[in-house]
Design a protein around this ligand. Structure first.
Ligand SMILES: Cc1cc2nc3c(=O)[nH]c(=O)nc-3n(C[C@H](O)[C@H](O)[C@H](O)COP(=O)(O)OP(=O)(O)OC[C@H]3O[C@@H](n4cnc5c(N)ncnc54)[C@H](O)[C@@H]3O)c2cc1C
Length: 94
């Protein structure tokens, strides 16, 4: 177990961002996932929506719940800049 946890910021909580977050152990990393949209839409099952087998809300998942289930933090915001020197991001809403 490391002495201090590394901070990781993931911008975007779609397939790439959520999959990355899922593979980062909350015991090793302090992970913050940022997305400008509150919900993730499960597009691979869009045929179920088109065929009316499921309703839209059944394919829409709350990002905060998904990320918190992984042991990480979700922030609903839009990233407008990345400050490499400060190793931080600037968001639309402070
Ligand atoms: C019908 C369909 C089914 C698919 N099924 C799969 C699948 O099963 N598995 C898979 O891996 N891929 C799947 N894909 C592909 C996938 O949707 C993406 O094309 C690809 O995986 C890239 O995803 P991404 O998460 O990198 O980017 P994107 O899908 O483009 O997501 C970017 C995310 O970042 C957020 N964002 C963007 N800019 C900002 C900002 N400035 N600040 C904060 N948030 C921001 C957006 O709101 C969005 O949630 C599918 C695509 C389609 C169309």
């Amino acid at each position: 177990m490391p002495q201090s946890q590394a901070n990781v910021i993931i911008i975007g909580a779609n397939f790439a961002g959520l999959n990355t977050a899922k593979h980062l152990d909350a015991k090793e990393y302090v992970v913050t996932v940022i997305d400008s949209q509150t919900h993730f839409e499960w597009l691979p099952h869009i045929h179920e929506l088109i065929s009316r087998h499921k309703k839209a809300e059944q394919l829409r998942h709350n990002r905060q719940q998904l990320v918190e289930r992984m042991g990480h933090t979700f922030v609903h915001n839009t990233v407008i800049a990345i400050d490499k020197t400060a190793q931080s991001v600037v968001t639309e809403k402070s």
